[in-house]
Design a protein around this ligand. Sequence first.
Ligand SMILES: NC(=O)CC[C@H](N)C(=O)O
Length: 463
Amino acid sequence: MTTRSLNTTALDSHREQNADRDAVDTVRKRITEAGVEYLYYQSVTLGGRAVGKVVPAVHLLRNLERGVQMHRAVVADFQTDRSGTLLGGGERAAEFTALPDLDTFAVLPWDTGVGRFFCRLYEPAHRPECGGEPFAADVRGHLIRRHREFTEHTGLVLRSGCEPETTWTGPGLEASHRPDASPAYRIEMLERNRPVYQKVITYGRALGLDMIEGDYEDPGQLELNWMYDRAELTADRLITFRQICRQVARELGVTASFMPKPAIGVMGNGCHHNLSLWRGTENVLADPGRRELHLSGTGRHALGGILAHAAGAMAVMGSTVNSYKRYWDAGLFAPGRIDWGMDDKTCTVRLSANGRLEFKLPDAMVNPYLSHAVLLAVISDGLENRIDPGPPQATAEDPGFRFPALPMNLGEALTAFGDDAVVRGGLTEEIAALHLACKSDEWARFCAAVTDWEHMMYAEDTP
Ligand SMILES: NC(=O)CC[C@H](N)C(=O)O
């Protein structure tokens, strides 16, 4: 056991973990067995994109200790706002240090010469004052820490199962169906997508996603699910899933899109989060022994927290301009107002099984580290303040309905996000500020854009 000096930093502790001989030997063995020659040291941006560096595997040991360095502005995808400011870069073009988590090592099944790690990010050791501290805009590291604090405080663990929907387009994948009918669940459509779902499932299994089921939902749309797990593991797996889909699309010469609403009249690409809260082996959202669909008292408070802050959380759950088209197009199983229901697929939260809250606001472009960090915060608030979710299917017209309306565009959502201290408190100050800056800029750019719809409406109209 190594003795730690009093001023051991978070970076030092992580380095110490990466020096653990057994853990390193396990990774080395797998590298040798699979013939891995290259390693991706990857982290995730605010926009939910995987970024990183490639390291020849011969330098594994050096980089386990040193990590890799990247420019700070990568966390905001190097977005420059309309005034020309590089967002997230800080006062100078400094870097952060990305240190791999050894237990995330995996070999890419489509090229076993390549392995990957997920990293956590730190201020470089040499920086005055904050050297070695967690980098405050690291979304992945933040969720891991936030969840640990939540468990220390409540004794509970949040498990989540994400259900991303993806639109696949390309030769041979075209949907055909009768007018006014839907191709949903049709085996013929699954057959046309056989190369797609088979590759996704095979790669998913190889990368640690316990794939459980899938279906064809609407023209071009597949939903492929894997087993639920601790929130941060599910978040890593959603990033991995999207990487897999991109790879499968490359291999098959087709396109995989996570765009929340690819077209009017077809279902949007949701990414419902199925949530449960565990004390040891017991899910506290349900009362043991009751068979009919119900929620425990704790479950009602957790749900109350989610609904009370649903409006404030929207800018994270539906984080793009396009996200809101999914809520506007009523009748296609995306929620259009803040409510909950027993087994009702139109609600914001559906009680889909005893002890399971299906939260339907998030779409397939969601950043799962942010969504789950916010969920931990709003659930904590619900539990602490014993927030009552009210009766199922209550609407704003019902007396006693107490939740703010669902923001119906990104601009409204950003205002609600700015006004909700609990939601922002679920993130670090830096992440909340950067998210607001990036998304406000996206909204401003959209508001200034002239769209095809406007041309259709006005270009040749004579007032
Ligand atoms: N599986 C479903 O319930 C459909 C969900 C729908 N595609 C959505 O946008 O959320």
